[in-house]
Ligand binder design. Structure first.
Ligand SMILES: NC(=O)c1ccc[n+]([C@@H]2O[C@H](COP(=O)([O-])OP(=O)(O)OC[C@H]3O[C@@H](n4cnc5c(N)ncnc54)[C@H](OP(=O)(O)O)[C@@H]3O)[C@@H](O)[C@H]2O)c1
Length: 252
């Protein structure tokens, strides 16, 4: 973790998918910058140990963001406990790869439900609070960071529907950015390349075998968290709209 100034003191961040990988590392990083953090995901035990490690009043929210009531309740609980919401890290996501021909259609449904609808439900519930925080001390600016992927920039053979979901949130983010930017809610899109997390482990065994043979250099979740912290700690008049970040050796 980078040495952090306390630039997020007095602010509140909700991080979805905080029980592992990029979300977990981002929660640590934003807390180190002084934010109070709400940790949302389905695995309560993982969230509880992270909250304990972070200390202070880190809030555990067990929820499934593909359920719109639970997504709205996660935002509602954050605001009820902490009184505000300055930063939403829309991170929960899943990547199920493989050929389109003969693909199990439930894998497509799960990705669309989580990567697209889950993100939209959280965005919808959070926006009134972000707009409010942007009018208020201490920063007079608020942030929504949507986690896309290199696959949100270019589709590749074998990542058709994952890429569809990430291209979709890129389009949504840009339209939303234009809508709220004059009100000082900054919308940022982060597009990581290969990062060592649990993400690939949810694939079918034959897909995992194939991925292993292609897997090269990876970044750590902390590398991405560092970039996210950079985004949300810029001065009020600066927005990082889009950040594409790859391991140096990754060519595509
Ligand atoms: N790792 C990479 O190479 C890479 C590259 C580009 C983009 N990304 C993106 O980065 C984001 C984070 O992924 P990661 O790599 O950190 O993978 P990860 O370790 O698998 O983390 C995914 C997180 O999403 C949560 N999640 C899954 N389903 C959920 C649901 N229905 N409701 C709430 N939370 C849910 C998981 O927690 P629970 O299971 O406890 O719910 C977990 O905390 C994803 O959007 C992914 O597409 C990753």
């Amino acid at each position: 973790m980078a040495a952090a100034g306390r630039t997020l003191e007095g602010t509140v961040a909700l991080i979805t998918g905080a029980s592992s990988g990029i979300g977990e590392a981002t929660a640590r990083e934003l807390a180190a910058h002084g934010a109070r953090v709400a940790l949302a995901a389905r695995r309560r035990d993982r969230l509880e140990s992270l909250a304990k490690e972070i200390g202070g009043d880190a809030l555990v929210i067990e929820c499934d963001v593909t359920d719109k009531e639970q997504a709205a309740a996660a935002v509602g609980r954050t605001v009820a406990e902490f009184g505000r919401l300055d930063t939403l890290i829309n991170n929960a996501g899943m990547m199920l790869l493989g050929p389109v021909v003969g693909a199990p259609i439930d894998e497509w449904e799960r990705m669309v439900e989580l990567n697209v609808l889950g993100l939209l439900y959280c965005a919808n519930a959070a926006l009134p609070h972000l707009l409010h925080a942007a009018e208020d001390d201490p920063r007079h600016v608020a942030d929504m960071v949507n986690i896309s992927s290199v696959a949100g920039r270019s589709a590749r053979l074998g990542n058709g529907v994952y890429s569809l979901t990430k291209h979709g949130i890129g389009a949504f983010s840009e339209a939303l950015r234009q809508e709220v930017t004059k009100r000082y809610v900054r919308i940022s899109l982060v597009e990581p390349g290969a990062t060592a997390t649990e993400l690939a482990s949810h694939n079918r065994p034959e897909i995992i075998d194939n991925l292993r043979s292609q897997w090269g250099q990876t970044m750590t979740a902390a590398d991405i968290a560092d970039s996210i912290a950079y985004i949300v700690t810029r001065p009020r008049h600066v927005t990082i709209n889009e950040l594409l970040i790859r391991p140096t050796e990754q060519e595509r």
